[in-house]
Write a protein that binds this ligand. Structure first.
Ligand code: SF4
Length: 303
């Protein structure tokens, strides 16, 4: 369903913008139809940028993105617009995704109207179906976003997305602004919707527990690069990369220092200044990903 190969985004930086800074560096992964890949890493590591690059909300510098056999980066803007409804993104803050001046019913009607997916005389019925599918009540359609809770508004966002019959949903920290109990409800809803509609998810989060619940595969990202990718059980039970090991045991392995910014990427392995297991060559040579078991890739000199 989604194949990402060597995806890279460089920004110009510094005086006269003469320096190229890689926010995303040669990232590759595949997601099968109806499955979820969880993308994890600390904030600022480039996770959100990957979501935006796939949808071409930001133009990649290089690489390949193939969605359902279509090479997205070769499409003209007009061709991309036609395919866009099939690929949707959910953002962290539902309030910023909804127009505060529109009632919920009007907000859900908007994608139906813009994309003409449902005839005008059937729209009211479709809105009610969508409202029910995401677990809202019929009376919510006459309210405004400020009259609903964060969790209810995230349900409205999901209803708007479902109105477009998407195949791929990129969920960028969709529950991190919600209370823990509400988070669980939204995650359960997303899993139920996936079962029902066979959605493919790219689930972006800094929260490993959330990613573990949601994902079939996990990709761990550090400073613009993937350092470990594999089936969720393999990565959680047999993490090979020192960064993944540290994330999974954050109370036992404390990482020294802060993550450097993309403008100060260390030489060799970019994790070496913080790595508790670094070797002499780690500061000089960048490790390439190695397949340590079927479908489990690790970029570290130790493997
Ligand atoms: Fe640590 Fe070296 Fe592996 Fe990087 S390559 S994670 S510095 S051991």
């Amino acid at each position: 369903m989604l194949e990402v190969e060597g995806l890279t985004k460089q920004f110009s930086s510094g005086i006269m913008k003469k320096r190229n800074v890689s926010a995303v560096d040669c990232v590759s992964f595949h997601i099968k139809k109806g499955k979820t890949l969880g993308l994890v890493g600390e904030s600022g590591c480039g996770k959100t940028t990957i979501g935006r690059l796939i949808l071409r909300l930001v133009e990649p510098t290089s690489g390949k993105v193939v969605f359902d056999g279509i090479d997205l980066l070769s499409l003209k803007r007009s061709e991309l617009r036609k395919i866009r409804p099939r690929m949707q993104m959910i953002f962290q803050d539902p309030d910023s995704s909804l127009n505060p001046r529109l009632k919920i019913g009007t907000s859900i009607a908007e994608p139906l109207r813009l994309h003409g997916t449902v005839p005008k005389d059937e729209r009211a019925q479709k809105i009610m179906e969508l409202v029910e599918t995401v677990g809202l009540n019929p009376e919510h359609v006459n309210r405004y976003p400020y009259q609903l809770s964060g969790g209810q508004n995230q349900r409205v966002v999901l209803a708007r997305i479902l109105a477009l019959n998407p195949d791929l949903i990129i969920a960028d920290e969709p529950t991190s602004s919600l209370d823990v109990s509400v988070q669980a409800q939204i995650l359960n809803l997303m899993r139920d919707l996936q079962k029902k509609f066979n959605h493919t998810y790219l689930f972006i989060s800094h929260d490993l527990e959330v990613v573990k619940i949601m994902s079939d595969q996990i990709a761990v990202m550090y400073l613009g690069k993937l350092v470990e990718v594999g089936e969720t059980t393999d990565v959680y039970n047999n993490a090979k990369h020192p960064y993944t090991q540290a994330l999974l045991s954050s109370r036992r392995i404390l990482l020294k220092g802060e993550t450097p910014g993309p403008a100060d990427i260390p030489t060799g392995c970019r994790f070496h200044p913080r790595c508790p297991q670094k070797q002499d060559k780690c500061a000089i040579e960048e490790p390439e990903p190695v397949e340590v078991e079927k479908g489990h890739y690790v970029a570290c000199h130790l493997v």
